[in-house]
Design a protein around this ligand. Sequence first.
Ligand code: SF4
Length: 460
Amino acid sequence: MTLLRHTDAEVRERSALTINPAKTCQPIGAMYAALGLHRCLPHSHGSQGCCSYHRSQLTRHYKEPVFAATSSFTEGSSVFGGQANLLQAINTIFTVYDPDIIAVHTTCLSETIGDDVKQIVSKAIADGKVPDGKTVFHASTPSYQGSHVVGFASMVKAMVDTFAVPSETRGRSVNLIPGWVEPADMRELKRLAEVLGVPITLFPDTSGVLDAPMHGPATMFPSGGTTRDQLRGTGAALGSLGLGPSASAPATVALEQLCKVPGQVLELPLGLRATDRFIQAMQHLTGCRIPDAITEERGRLVDLMCDMQQYFYNRSVALWGDPDQLVSLTEFCLDLGLKPRYVITGTPGKTWEKRMQAAIAGRHEVRYQQGACADMFLLHQWIKQKPVDLLIGGTHGKYIARDEDIPLVRHGFPIIDRIGHQYFPTVGYRGAIRLAEQILNALMDRQDRLSPEESFELVM
Ligand code: SF4
């Protein structure tokens, strides 16, 4: 705890130093995306340490075993390149573990060496190391740029590049690219589409993989995940909806360019308005009717927001995490009556500032920053200059929460000090209800804790 007691309020100019980053490695995102394919084994082309860290971070967040292979670079491969290691790995993986797909991603080391993974995979196929009916594909994920969100987006785009088959005809199905959200969110998106009566292909889909039930013998490949046949069919879809521009735009655009599938990129459907836009986009694309069940869900959220408004009014909040989550969260906080004061993301990107402006829509002055120097240290400095009533973000904010005695609502990635979050969606109207409840509980618990006896109330 003494660590953060050294944070002072005075912000000094820095351009080449990140302190407690608000992001993590590209390959973590690539690994998470690959786990959303059915019978897919992610493979880390680099040294063992990277792979161990990435796997353990996902396991800590999802509380599930995360299998991934590694090229296990040694000093030799670091000097001469990792081709021999990857060829050996592909052979061993198919022989021992028998996945349908190996999804290779790179690390800083293999990217710095300049390994040509595309050529190595072609050689593996030519050498007969890829059995008939199996697939190996890859995404480039150098971690000295971008973030886990960029790695996720690159792997999802690689799925399109590898599997999507162009078609002259358009089917009825909609490609839904969910962005980096929890398995429960993916489940909720599928439920919403089902209630709307719209057939979808969701990819990637980590539900049934990273929230798999325990009912008998352990299995290396749980039943969930998007299948290769489903991915091939994305080229003949009616259209694509990419949710979250940072995570889903590259795949949506690739489907448009490769297969002429009309695409639209929306903000994550988190909160009232963003979910409205998602439902309307589904209706526009397919001509579906909005059933009463959806109207009622929305109505319940609006009712709850009215009930809660008095407690949220003018309470200030600091947010950190992934760019797609933050845009929709900022908009939802403002709709609830909260005042987002600070927003930071370590993920770079050209459009984020504009998207934040659109979410804020001039309703309140928000200080926001992105990139390598938009880190937890800077956020803490801002909070020391002018405190906030509430924190919303991943586990790394708990030090600030404790140091400044500010309630923390855990949201986003990673959450490594709590269990169960992956089972509860925050997308859609139902997800927004849960999120609003979490936020209000955090504020009221603090009020109860700090109330002097004469104003400690039973009814609040
Ligand atoms: S930053 Fe690069 S070297 Fe470090 S763990 Fe991530 S991928 Fe590996």
